[in-house]
Ligand binder design. Sequence first.
Ligand code: ARG
Length: 429
Amino acid sequence: MKNLCLGLLLSSALAAPAFADDHTTKVVYAGTMIDVESGKALKDRVIVIEDGMITAIGSRATIEDIEIPDDAELIDLSDMTVLPGLSDSHVHLTSDANVHGYKRLTRSTPRAAITGVVNAEKTLMAGFTTVRNLGAPGFADVDLMNAIDDGDVPGPHMIPAGRSIGITGGHCDNNLLPYEAQAIGGGVADGPWAVRAKVRENNKYGAKVIKFCGTGGVLSKGTKIGAQQFSFEEMKAIVDEAHLLGLKVAVHAHGADGIETAIRAGVDSVEHSSLITDAGIRMAKQKGTYLSMDIYVSDYILSEGEAAGILEESLAKERTVGKAQRERFQAAVKAGANIAFGSDAGVYPHGQNGRQFAYMVDWGMTPIQAIQASTIGNAKLFGITEDRGSIAVGKRADIIAVDGDPLADVKELEDVDFVMKDGTVYKSD
Ligand code: ARG
C-alpha cells in the first residue's frame, strides 16, 4: 500500500478499452470535476474506484491519507473536465434512424436486436452510461440489457420497457397495413383489465419501466397528435398496476388533453409534452411529474426524414409540432418544472444524443441545468440516485470527461473524450 502521491498520478497511462469486469483499484485525477448536486465545478479532484464503485473523493490535500494499493491504475484527466455519465430517458436502441415508415416492416425482431447491439455501443461511446429504452419489439431490449450486463457486448446500463402499451389503432399499434394483414402491435390492449394484464406481462418478461401511448404521434400512420388515447380509467389502471409492481411509468403524449389526463392518472414522466398548456405545467410541477421533451429531433425529421422513409403525413404533423414544443419547453423551464433529458434517439441517429444539450440551452436552460437534467435529474426520475446520477462515494464509477469546459460551451458534450462505466474504461481519446 502507498499513500497517494500526485506525481505518480500525473505520469500515469490510460487503460486500454476492455468490456469485462476488472477488479484493479483505479485512481482518476480530474483537473475539473462537475459536482451536479451543488452545480459547482471543483478543481483538482481525485476519485478512487474499487470494484467499479467510487470509494473515495477528495482534493489533493484531503486525499493523501487514503490508502491506495501499489498496483492501482492511475488515470490522468488533469487537463479535462470530468462529469458523471450522462443518461437519456427516451431512446429506442433497437431502431435505426434511416429505417422509418414502411421500411420498418422489413425488420424482424432478431434483426432489431442486432441493430440494438450496434446502437448500444454508439450510445455508450457518446458518454451516455444509462438509458431508458422506451419501447422495442418482442422484448429485444430486455435481451440487449442482459447481454450488456453479462459483459457480452458494450453498452450503457439499460432500463427497458419491452412492448409499448397502446390502444387499437393508436400510436403504439402498427397501422401501416390493411385489415387482411392483421398486423397488431405487441402492446395493444383496450380496457382497464386488459391494460393491467399487459403491464403484468411486460413485467413478467423483464420490462423495468412501463411505457404507454396517451395520444397520437408524429410517426404513426393515421393518428392525431392532439387526440387523447386511452380513457382516464385505462391510464389509471396502467399506472396503478405498474406502481404495485414497483415500476415507473412513462407516457407518450403530445396533446394537452392526453398530457393532463396522464398526469392526473399519476405517470412519472410525460414524453414529448409538446403541446402542454400552462395549466398542464402547473399540474406537473405540483405532482412532481417529469417532462421529457425531445426538442432536437424535429430538425432531423424535417431534414433527413423523407429519405429515411418517414411518411408525408408524419412530416406534415412534425411541421406543426416541432417549434411549438420548443416554446413549451421554454415555458416549462421558466416555471421550474422537473425536466428530464430525453431525446427519442432511434428516430435520429444513436450517438448523437448529446446534440440536444445545445437546444436545451438555446431554449432557456443554463448549461449546468441541462447537465443536471441528464444526470441527477434523470436519476431521480428513474429512482436510481442510490448508485447513479452524480460522482459521489458509494455510487457506480460511471464517469465521462471532455477536454473543454461544458459550462462555457455545452456543445462539448457532443464529443465526449473519455468514458468509464462501472469502473471499466471504454473510451479514452
Ligand atoms: N416518436 C415521436 C412521435 O412519433 C417523435 C416526435 C418527434 N417530434 C418532436 N417534435 N418531438 O410522435
